[in-house]
Design a protein around this ligand. Structure first.
Ligand code: ATP
Ligand code: MG
Length: 410
């Protein structure tokens, strides 16, 4: 028997209600803020991710599903920011009035070790806001993340924020981190040694326990907690926080938060839940002012985030399956078909027994699947009536064909 691949999952009809809720909540919250949905292809040129996500990241180095077709190297998207940026440039969105505000949802692919909260095909929902360097843009996207989570009934998540500064002020920080980590290189994991050369700040994002222990050392914490960002970056970050406070969004400053991607500058943030175990991040994002230019567009500031929908799904309470409004019971298939159509056209969900089984069997099926049975047997056909039976209370009424719709409630 052929089975679903390791790290992939079917989302079954009995679980779909939560997924539809996550999608419609996104649509509602984001369109209220004038963010428009964009859908980009699931595969792109490999180079887009190598340049756009960064070749010192785990994603590009280890996690990409890359394949060749007609001598082109293609990759299943591991995230959607690079694809959205490509589309922004390709369709000349930089010529539109700015900011351009977009949101997306869909499957992403990363070759990782499958475990709770970690799949190889998973889903993200996210927003990207282009063309504004203002701290209010950072606050707006964080605000949207919070509003989206609230809409899903999630109110007790931890929001951590940090500022990585601009490339200029980060240089100083990078040097300081390199220096203080140098004596520990042998104890740090292989990945960290690689990052040390390529992108030393990202060492602080390492999830390996023995590495995390090293970061706790006093002299290293001193550098992490030190003030390295320039006046302008500081002011920007202060403003972001001022807006968050004005919006009553609780947050914590985490000076060790660097995020796994190469392209971030200034504000970075993560939203975590204590109910998720070790894969506890639901949302990650930040400002990426150089990415549009890196990918061949004009210099354009941008800020955005992505949420993992599987992790979200495990946090929201299960939506109970909805019962049908009506089940039509009849021994005359054509008459049943017509009645079902009438119900559907009047806004009700309805079905009937296609196999024309015995009355009792049909009633059993109706009781399992619907709120009302609409009975159309010989007697009813003769008198041009139907019998409507409330399947919760067992009450039933015989009523004319012109009035029965009023007895059925959604
Ligand atoms: P992590 O540290 O958990 O690997 P990340 O930094 O790689 O996360 P991002 O690239 O920022 O994650 O993606 C944003 C969100 O997407 C994460 O916070 C998480 O909720 C979700 N996510 C990332 N990778 C996976 C995966 N393999 N399976 C399920 N969800 C994932
Ligand atoms: Mg990861």
């Amino acid at each position: 028997m052929i089975q679903a691949q390791k790290g992939t999952k079917d989302i079954l009809p009995q679980e779909i209600a939560n997924w539809q809720k996550m999608e419609s909540a996104g649509y509602e919250i984001f369109s209220k803020a004038n963010f428009k949905e964009i859908r980009t292809p699931i595969f792109e040129a490999t180079e887009l991710f190598a340049r756009g996500v960064g070749d010192s990241t785990d994603i590009v180095n280890k996690e990409m599903y890359t394949f060749e077709k007609s001598e082109r190297s293609l990759t299943l998207r591991p995230e959607n920011t690079a694809g959205v940026v490509r589309a922004y440039i390709e369709h000349g969105f930089h010529r539109l009035p700015q900011p351009v505000k977009l949101w997306y949802k869909g499957p992403m692919f990363r070759y990782e070790r499958p475990q709770a909260g970690r799949q190889r095909q998973f889903h993200q929902i996210g927003v990207e806001m282009f063309g504004s360097a203002e701290p209010s843009a950072d606050a707006e996207v964080i605000n949207l993340a919070v509003k989206y989570l609230n809409k899903l009934g999630l109110n007790d998540l931890e929001i951590e924020i940090n500022s990585l500064g601009c490339p200029e002020c980060r240089k100083k920080y990078r040097e300081a981190i390199k220096e203080v980590l140098k004596p520990h290189l042998q104890e740090l994991c292989e990945d960290c040694n690689f990052r040390y050369e390529k992108n030393p700040l990202r060492i602080l994002d390492c999830k390996v326990d023995s590495c995390k222990k090293i970061f706790e050392k006093e002299e290293i914490q001193k550098v992490i907690l030190g003030d390295f960002i320039c006046e302008e970056c500081k002011e920007h970050f202060e403003k972001v926080q001022e807006y968050l406070r004005a919006l009553n969004i609780p947050y914590k400053r985490n000076k060790q938060l660097v995020r796994g991607l190469d392209y971030y500058n200034r504000t970075v943030f993560e939203i975590k839940s204590n109910n998720l175990g070790s894969q506890n991040a639901v949302c990650g994002g930040g400002r990426y002012d150089s990415l549009v230019e890196t990918l061949g567009g004009p210099s354009t500031p941008a800020v955005g985030w992505a949420m993992g929908m599987e992790r979200l799904n495990s946090l929201i309470s299960k939506t109970p399956e909805q019962k049908l409004n009506a089940f039509v019971i009849s021994e005359d298939t054509t008459a049943a078909f017509k009645l079902v159509e009438e119900l559907r056209e009047n806004g009700f969900s309805a079905e009937f027994d296609y196999a024309n089984k015995k009355f009792k069997k049909q009633l059993d099926k109706a009781a399992k699947t619907a709120k009302y049975a609409v009975i159309l047997m010989d007697d009813e056909i003769k008198s041009n009536t139907v019998t409507v039976k409330n399947l919760d209370t067992s009450q039933q009424v015989n009523i004319s064909r012109t009035e029965y719709l009023n007895y059925i409630k959604i």
